[in-house]
Design a protein around this ligand. Structure first.
Ligand SMILES: [Zn+2]
Length: 324
């Protein structure tokens, strides 16, 4: 039986159900917040309750599983996620990896092969440990490996993360899930890099592709083997949802339903884009937008239940399973 690791332990892949593949719950910065508390972080219990309420409503609306891609660099703290997971029916799946657009923290700049504290590449060991043994002392195992390639491209720091991700993929088979910047076509850079590194592009989920209206670029990524994430529904300050829906419907009509996953990249709290800013600038950017608005809209456009199931269930189960 193929199982998928969730925060509450392994479940059968058949039970994954309708899945959001790229979300966040709490995006934090402990060092900033320990010194300069954020007034919008209302405290541990109130914020955990907020997440529990939102995810309980989401489950009632037909979402069964959420992937929380909050990795180190974004304030991953699994004990807090465990408290949420213990109080909701919805499955939460977590990730390893490292989130940076440019540089690594000084810890990684001083530790590694040929560096001041000479030794092995700890990052790949950390990623593998998160997937095979569990994160910290929680026993919770990561499923995806997250990397980011933004407007600066593959900087030396990003290259180290991507190399570590490739190593961890080869050791574990886990899918690499990415952040891209569509105006700089960084999904292309990622495919070139991982192809050279010996990672099958079928095992790379290229994220944030829904920010693009360039059909040729998206087709190229999928024709090369990758699944793409149309994973920022509601992030209308980048691209309006009607344009995102238009791209999704076109791709399905062109026969790409097997290569797409949907999500919001939303969160309950983010120190980077706080709740007050989000509700002012992008009020539809929340975890319920797909179930409340997007799926009804594409049904109205004639997208079949079969295609919706393919995208929301079958594709999600495939990328969560990784290489087996
Ligand atoms: Zn994200």
């Amino acid at each position: 039986m193929t199982t998928i690791e969730t925060v509450r332990g392994p479940i059968a892949v058949e039970d994954i159900g309708v899945t959001l593949t790229h979300e966040h719950i709490f995006t934090k910065n402990p060092e900033i917040e320990q010194n300069w508390p954020d007034p919008e972080w209302e405290g541990e219990e109130p914020m955990i309750q907020k997440a529990v309420d939102a995810l309980t409503a989401l489950k009632a609306n037909g979402i069964d599983t959420m992937v929380d891609l909050t990795v180190p660099g974004l304030g991953r703290y699994i004990p807090r996620i465990q408290q949420v997971a213990a109080r909701v029916d919805l499955n939460i799946v977590v990730a390893t990896g490292f989130y940076t657009f440019k540089d690594l923290p000084s810890f990684f700049q001083t530790h590694g092969p040929g560096l001041m504290v000479d030794g092995p590449e700890l990052m790949s060991e950390f990623f593998v440990r998160d997937i095979t043994e569990g994160i910290g002392d929680t026993g919770v195992k990561a499923v995806f490996i997250k990397i980011a390639t933004d407007e600066f491209g593959i900087t030396p720091g990003v290259e180290r993360v991507m190399n570590a991700a490739a190593e961890a993929h080869k050791a574990t088979g886990a899918t690499i899930s990415t952040h891209t910047h569509v105006e700089h076509f960084t999904g292309r850079l990622q495919q070139e890099f991982f192809r050279k590194a010996g990672v099958p592009l079928e095992n790379v989920l290229i994220g944030h592709c829904g920010d693009s209206t360039d059909l040729d670029y998206l087709k190229e990524l999928m024709d090369n083997g990758s699944t793409i994430g149309l994973d920022r529904f509601g992030m209308e300050q980048v691209l309006r949802d009607d344009r995102r829906i238009e791209m999704l419907v076109q791709l399905i009509e062109l026969g790409y339903a097997e290569k797409i996953t949907l999500s919001h990249d939303a969160g309950i709290f983010s120190i980077n884009t706080p709740p007050s800013w989000r509700s002012r600038v992008s009020p539809n950017w929340h975890h319920a937008n797909i179930s409340d608005n997007i799926l009804p809209a594409i049904r109205e456009r004639g997208v079949s239940e079969e295609s919706i199931r393919q995208i929301m269930v079958t594709n999600a189960a495939r990328v969560l399973t990784g290489r087996r």
